[in-house]
Ligand binder design. Structure first.
Ligand code: C2E
Ligand code: MG
Ligand code: MG
Ligand code: MG
Length: 289
């Protein structure tokens, strides 16, 4: 069923740009259509105690599997959704699904009161009037306390410096939401965030966490961030932990929490519930040492 290639050879930049523009427009139309048809799902990746492997919470990650395009990476479609002003609908969906999943886990397990769901939100979301209040309403419907939710924001998202952003951050603080800085160290590392934002977590980007075992520069950066997190009394989560070498290096650098394929890949809601239910705190280090 593959059609034969009858496309006109590209002869110049103008044609190439027109092609690129057409591709982009098609992508936007597919994305908008999928938003209308609700063709998204959420997967959940456990966040664990680095030493014991015990599951402490999870990060919710969005998946778009388009009937023709197949799997489209979120890094690609999230930015387009932001450009289209359509990210709000996706964030609302992520919050709703994450609450459903968290509620299920809290109901069906012994219920660690500190168990949390981490949800990615974009700069556009926190620039939305009343965003904090609308989140609180959704949580209310599920009987979930804001302290069980950590909102992940990238450093770059925090530079939208408007009154609405400040109001949302203030409301997050008053209501008791956790705030995480995502991909820490890769954006505009403006340390003034720590004076103005009620942070609960720093997530060390896998650009550092993933090669700290072999790259002294990455190791030094991780050590610095762990020191900063300790001094400020915030959690540090190492992202992209893939090997036992990563686990050993990050443990030695004083890191306590981690997320990565070495422990668990992102998984659907039912499989996550099964993992958490069965979780007695595996000891990945001792079992592979
Ligand atoms: P992120 O928030 O930094 O999420 C972590 C990414 O690392 C995820 O990629 C996850 O699948 C991946 N990852 C986890 N462990 C490992 C590992 O051991 N090795 C490697 N190589 N990768 C690992 P994913 O799911 O493709 O998401 C990419 C980015 O898209 C996210 O980065 C986040 O910025 C954005 N994103 C995903 N879901 C959402 C969402 O619901 N809302 C918003 N606003 N952004 C989202
Ligand atoms: Mg994240
Ligand atoms: Mg990240
Ligand atoms: Mg990222």
């Amino acid at each position: 069923q593959a059609s034969s290639n009858t496309s006109v050879p590209k002869t110049g930049t103008v044609v190439a740009n027109a092609d690129a523009l057409l591709e982009r427009l098609k992508f936007e139309i597919d994305l908008q259509t999928s938003i209308i048809n609700r063709e998204f799902t959420m997967v959940y990746q456990p966040i664990v105690n680095l030493q014991t492997g015990k599951i402490l919470g999870f990060e919710a990650l969005m998946r778009w599997i388009h009937p023709v395009r197949g799997f489209v990476p979120p890094d690609e479609f999230i930015t387009v959704a932001e450009d289209l002003g359509a990210i709000g609908a996706l964030t609302d969906f992520a919050v709703e699904e994450s609450c459903r999943t968290l509620k299920n886990i809290l109901d069906q397990t012994d219920g660690d009161p500190d168990f949390f769901a981490s949800i990615n939100v974009s700069g556009r979301d926190i620039s939305r009037l009343g965003f904090a209040e609308s989140l609180a309403l959704t949580l209310d419907r599920y009987g979930i306390a804001p302290k069980s939710i950590r909102l992940e924001i990238t450093e770059t998202a925090c530079i939208f410096d408007s009154q609405i952003v400040r109001d949302n951050l203030e409301a997050f603080k008053t209501m008791g939401f956790g705030l995480s800085i995502d991909d820490f160290g890769t954006g505009y590392s403006n340390l003034a965030h720590f004076k103005t934002m009620p942070l609960s977590t720093l997530k060390i980007d896998r650009a550092f966490a993933g090669d700290a075992h072999e790259n002294p520069v990455s190791g030094s950066i991780v050590a610095m961030l762990v020191g900063l997190g300790t001094a400020l009394n915030v959690d540090i989560v190492a992202e992209g932990v893939e090997t036992v070498h990563d686990v050993r290096a990050l443990t030695n650098l004083g890191c306590r929490m981690a997320q990565g394929y070495f422990f668990h890949k992102p998984t659907n809601s039912n499989d996550l519930l099964a993992l958490v239910s069965a979780d007695q705190g595996r000891h990945p280090i001792s079992s592979v040492a």
